[in-house]
Design a protein around this ligand. Structure first.
Ligand code: SAM
Ligand code: SF4
Length: 463
């Protein structure tokens, strides 16, 4: 990667973005842009700005339709599931939106390795295979050594047939050397959110080391230099105008593609939620309709980038988001360190409040009822299909030949080992429906044989 001067580069050109946000358009032009989006080659910034300006109901309905088509063509019916694991809420930053801010007098908690093991066993007993680790920023409590020990502990923790096969990490911006160590520890995606791309708002919202806008923006580039090529970006919607954030996310993604040769693996779309000891008067709260609109626009703008939704969102919003663009979702989450051990809904130590409190089994059943296919697949990263290798396969459409059978086999594992009787009944039907749709005879035969092997007790089969 070439040496980049982020201050000079002005990757997020606010003046240009604000100007695009005022551009006029016509229904005819919107229809042309949607047709271009359906071509699955992405959209440029001015196209996105025009789609974000749609207010007309009929054009919005067309936007949902186009996003749905692209979602289905690239991701099929699959929806990958994971859970966050909050390791420590010690934090030296004072982010205005987050309950882990340093002024919060609530008790701090950093899980010991024994507690990590205990949390992981609970998550494995639910059926989870992928985790996203979350840490506050604290140079003494949440060191890179601690993060590495946590990752090692997670991979070593088995509970019956349960195991975690992919650990993604969301940890404060750090050095290339530290990213290298995370890579060696076997992480999947490294995620870091810009929160807001609007500099004046960024400045208002952050106090502490995270207040350095450039540090946050260039973190994924440093991680790439260290060899991590599955990278996740995101914005916290509600801090500033959602249209500005979407255009900036697309710009960030395109810039990554240009200099790294691969765009982001995922984009996350967290929406601000109330949180203990957080009193933010939000001028830019994002309505449900605008939230769905931004998901659809992102789907068309960066069609090969996975999109993640969390349990911050209500089940009805999640259902709509699955249809128009989201490809990964968390389920049965807790946002406080140690949360999976506790009964009850929400503790004051949590980072923010959640709106989907269903169990993994309930979420899985709901997904099946909608006709989607829950996936616990972790194959790509374990076979080295990451970064541009993954993107090349995705863009050629070949990835479908592996993703679909892998989703079916990992879902079969879930049904055998963890599902309730009702989920199992519905899930088996989903598996047989989707299995018969696989056209390539060789792949279908291999799948049928693997599904039988899972029934006979074999685990962790993938291609
Ligand atoms: N401490 C690291 C950092 O700041 O980059 C890790 C991220 S934090 C554990 C995970 C994410 O939660 C943040 O990046 C932020 O986008 C989101 N978040 C924080 N407060 C939130 C709130 N009140 N509502 C919704 N999401 C929130
Ligand atoms: Fe700390 Fe991250 Fe929360 Fe900011 S968002 S207070 S850095 S945990």
């Amino acid at each position: 990667m070439p040496k980049l001067n982020f201050k000079k580069l002005n990757i997020i050109d606010a003046g240009k973005i604000q100007k695009l946000m005022t551009a006029q358009t016509s229904p005819e032009e919107i229809k042309d842009i949607l047709a271009k989006g359906e071509g699955m080659k992405g959209l440029d910034l001015s196209d996105c700005a025009k789609l974000l300006a749609i207010e007309d109901q009929e054009l919005l309905a067309r936007l949902w339709q186009s996003a749905k088509k692209v979602k289905l063509a690239i991701y099929g019916p699959r929806l990958v599931l994971f859970a966050p694991l909050y390791c420590s809420n010690f934090c030296i930053n004072d982010c205005e939106y987050c309950a882990f801010h340093v002024r919060n007098p609530a008790r701090r908690k950093k899980l010991s390795l024994a507690e990590i093991k205990e949390q992981v066993e609970i998550l494995e007993a639910m059926g989870h295979k992928r985790l996203l680790l979350e840490f506050g920023e604290h140079p003494k409590e949440n060191t890179i050594d601690y993060a590495i020990e946590v990752i090692k502990t997670i991979y070593a923790t088995k509970n019956g047939r349960g195991e975690i096969r992919r650990v993604n990490v969301n940890l404060a911006a750090t050095t290339v050397e530290n990213y290298r160590r995370l890579k060696e520890a076997g992480i999947g995606t490294y995620q870091l959110f810009q929160e807001t791309y609007h500099r004046p708002t960024y400045k208002k919202m952050h106090h502490g080391p995270k207040a350095d806008y450039e540090r946050q923006l260039k973190a994924v580039f440093n991680a790439f230099t260290a060899g991590i090529d599955d990278l996740g970006i995101g914005a916290l919607f509600g801090l500033y105008d959602y249209r500005f954030e979407v255009l900036s996310l697309v710009r960030h993604a395109k810039f990554m593609d240009k200099v790294l040769g691969v765009g982001p693996h995922t984009i996350s779309v967290p929406r601000f939620q109330s949180a203990h000891s957080v009193n933010l008067a939000l001028k830019y709260r994002v309505s449900d309709r605008d939230f769905l609109k931004l998901i659809a626009v992102l789907r068309l703008a960066v069609p090969y980038t996975g999109m993640i939704i969390s349990t911050r969102e209500r089940p009805d919003i999640r259902r709509q988001a699955f249809a128009i663009g989201v490809s990964q979702a968390s389920a049965a989450s807790k946002t406080e360190p140690g949360g999976y051990k506790k009964a009850g809904r929400q503790a004051v130590e949590a980072q923010f409040n959640l709106n989907d409190h269903r169990s993994l089994d309930e979420v899985v059943r709901d997904i099946c009822r909608l006709g989607y296919l829950p996936s616990f697949c972790t194959a790509c990263y374990r076979l080295g299909r990451t970064g541009d290798r993954f993107m090349r396969l995705a863009k050629s459409g070949k990835i479908q030949e592996t993703c679909q059978p892998n989703a079916l086999v990992t879902f079969k594992e879930y049904l055998e080992d963890y599902a309730s009787a009702e989920t199992r009944r519905i899930g088996e039907k989903i598996i047989s429906d989707h299995a018969t749709k696989i056209e390539n005879l060789k792949i279908r035969q291999k799948l049928e044989s693997d599904l039988k092997k899972v029934e006979q007790g074999k685990r962790d089969l993938y291609i």
